[in-house]
Design a protein around this ligand. Structure first.
Ligand SMILES: Cc1ncc(COP(=O)(O)O)c(C=O)c1O
Length: 353
């Protein structure tokens, strides 16, 4: 074997298993299940030309559109190929070998993967049931800490913390010159608003957003970071020369022009979530989240019945592997149910056949 970075042996990657059947619902990824409206899709298709294939893409207009949402300068924004790429970039920028990265346990898997790749020491603060003790995270910050990274709402747990708690976290972190990353992948579904405005108050705060969830556009790979000009300049040193495709830029620009699509989608998901909570809550233990899924305890009927619940769309192997509460062995009979906007589909999924 040739020489290589031996610590990479410690990195564990989950194999993504995709199903090929046309009528499959992938509950594990919190993706949009329904198609976009034909008029918006048509507008996108008409905007595409061969230039989008032949030429290197230009992202200035997209930066401007995102800046306009928050009324901030484009120098405070970094757009990347999914928030995943931005997470890598944040960790590459702020974590030096053998410094500590504080996160929650469980956390989004890539926090751990990139921390190991960049040789940070992970400090994982455990969940108690469905909630994290943010004071424990704050108390863990010390001179050895370089980064605190949490998702809010959390994935996979689905809880969310208040803005006051994030302010306390940023304050203490600032005393130790520590960067705080709040990954807001699911914030549109949450009862709380984004903490992006706090970047004006805390120069150590980086907020991450994605178009994969509420904007329903996981396939085009687009996410972004918002932070101080200094942080963004540093982070930009680590990114590929060109990371966004022209088609990604066109599609994201198109849906930003139709942002009501996102608001309607979130509203429908929330309404259907309530329907599912009521329906299941009747004879099952259920747990709501601040994201676009709920947890349902299948103890009474056995998890094998989940295929019946899921109509003919789900391959049971995948349902089991990816839908179990992933952080507690004793909770194996729980399933994670992602909520589609199509109520009929949801009804078909959960009516026992
Ligand atoms: C908390 C969290 N952050 C980031 C991501 C990555 O999203 P993206 O598709 O933008 O890379 C996910 C995806 O599931 C997620 O759950």
């Amino acid at each position: 074997m040739t020489k290589f970075r031996h610590h990479l042996r410690r990195v564990e990657r989950k194999q993504f298993a995709y199903l090929n059947q046309p009528k499959t619902i992938r509950l594990q990824n919190a993706e949009r299940i329904n198609d976009f409206r034909q008029d918006v899709w048509g507008e996108f298709i008409r905007s595409i030309s061969q230039d989008d294939i032949r030429l290197y893409p230009e992202s200035d207009l997209l930066y401007q559109k995102i800046g306009n949402i928050y009324d901030i300068s484009t120098s405070k924004i970094l757009i990347g190929a999914g928030s995943d790429q931005i997470i890598r970039c944040v960790i590459e920028t702020f974590v030096e070998p053998d410094t500590c990265v504080i996160t929650s346990d469980p956390c989004f898997a890539m926090f751990e993967v990139y921390s190991i790749i960049y040789q940070g020491k992970l400090v994982k603060i455990p969940y108690y049931g469905y909630y994290i003790d943010i004071d424990m995270i704050i108390d863990s910050i010390n001179n050895e800490t370089n980064l605190v990274i949490i998702s809010n709402p959390n994935s996979p747990v689905g809880d969310a913390i208040t803005e006051e708690k994030i302010i306390s976290l940023c304050r203490v972190a600032a005393k130790y010159d520590v960067t705080v990353v709040i990954d807001e992948a699911y914030i549109e579904f949450s009862q709380y608003r984004s903490v992006i405005p706090l970047i004006n108050q805390f120069s150590n705060l980086v907020v991450l957003r994605t178009f994969s969830k509420a904007w329903g556009s996981a396939g085009v790979r687009c996410g972004y970071a918002v932070s101080s000009v200094e942080n963004i300049e540093l982070m930009k040193k680590t990114v590929p020369m060109v990371d966004l495709s022209a088609l990604t830029i066109k599609w994201i620009s198109c849906i930003l022009d139709h942002d009501w699509l996102m608001y309607d989608y979130v509203k429908e998901v929330k309404e259907n979530k309530q329907w599912a909570l009521n329906h299941f809550g009747y004879n099952h233990e259920v747990h709501d989240t601040d994201c676009n899924w709920i947890y349902v305890n299948m103890r009474h009927i056995g998890k094998s019945q989940f295929t019946n619940y899921s109509f003919c769309y789900l391959n049971p192997d995948y349902a089991y592997r990816f839908s179990t509460l992933p952080w507690r062995k004793e909770d194996e009979e729980w399933i994670r149910l992602c909520i589609p906007t199509n109520l009929q589909l949801l009804q078909n999924m959960i009516i026992l056949k």
